[in-house]
Design a protein. Structure first.
Length: 293
């Protein structure tokens, strides 16, 4: 059976995107950057269309290589390419080939959001549940129901969305919030994202749930009407940057998530001249703000 190894290279004070680009010609199968946090607390987002540094203090650089590749030679090459003073330290995880479809599926199980709502991958959809089931096939789009910010938004929609409301999901990722909005009775739903792969994943999930949601890439989206509910689950810096767009698009209620406690004041100040925030909700160190205009 084929044997592989994951080599985590411990770089210090590096933009890992920059490092990965420089190491592109290494004799490895893939180069991956991952958040050091557990998946459910991950802060892996792409902020709008700018090149966002991914720092080595918060993320790891992992090389997937065949077992036959000499790790010490690989590290020496990395030292030369990146012009490091010392050979970087590393950790290594050796594993045999496996049924990757079965392995991937084992990592994604149903997530119970409330007594009346669950998120499930397609292969678990037949499991009995009395409430609403949203099917999400994990892919490039952020939002499988495990992250606290996604759960905060889903619970807000379940409690507050009025039947017949129009809805804009800005930063829709996998489409999970837009799909949930339709399940709770919203009409005329639009999803926006900056990433083509995320939008493709969202389209796939919309088909799985037989939903009717229009999608746009952010650069092609122009506010032509106002929505009863505008929801944005992104990052605080992005929320502040897109405030003019959200101002034009919001008719009744604005929901902002992806906010950490030390970012609340900045976000509040960016929106307070036209939004009266009346709800703040917390989960696992993340916050959701919502208000009326």
């Amino acid at each position: 059976m084929q044997t592989w190894k994951n080599i985590t290279v411990h770089l210090h004070d590096w933009d890992l995107k920059n490092a990965a680009e420089r190491l592109n010609n290494l004799n490895v199968l893939s180069i991956t950057i991952i958040d050091k946090l557990p998946q459910e607390y991950s802060q892996w987002y792409e902020e709008n269309q700018k090149t966002t540094p991914i720092h080595s203090s918060s993320h790891s650089l992992i090389l997937l290589a065949d077992m036959s590749v000499d790790t010490e030679d690989l590290l020496s090459e990395i030292k030369f390419i990146l012009k490091l003073e010392k050979t970087p330290q590393y950790s290594e995880d050796i594993f045999e080939d496996r049924d990757w479809v079965t392995y991937t599926r084992s990592k994604f199980k149903e997530t119970i959001i409330s007594n009346n709502l669950r998120i499930t991958p397609p292969w678990d959809a037949q499991r009995k549940f009395e409430g609403t089931t949203i099917i999400i096939d994990p892919g490039a789009g952020f939002g499988t129901g495990t992250h606290p910010t996604t759960q905060l938004c889903l619970r807000w929609l379940e409690r507050n969305l009025r039947i017949g409301s129009s809805m804009l999901d800005y930063g829709c990722g996998s489409g999970i919030l837009a799909i949930a909005g339709e399940f709770f009775g919203a009409k005329k739903i639009t999803g926006i994202d900056v990433d083509d792969q995320a939008l493709n994943n969202a389209r796939h999930n919309i088909e799985l749930n037989r939903s009717n949601i229009e999608l746009f890439k952010s650069e092609n989206f122009h506010v032509e009407r106002r929505y009863d509910i505008v929801i944005a689950n992104i990052l605080a810096n992005v929320l502040v940057n897109i405030e003019p767009i959200l101002r034009k698009a919001t008719a009744r209620r604005l929901v902002l998530s992806g906010i950490l406690p030390d970012q609340v004041i900045r976000v509040h100040e960016a929106f307070v001249d036209w939004v009266t925030f009346d709800q703040i909700e917390k989960q696992d160190g993340w916050l959701l703000l919502s208000g009326r205009i």
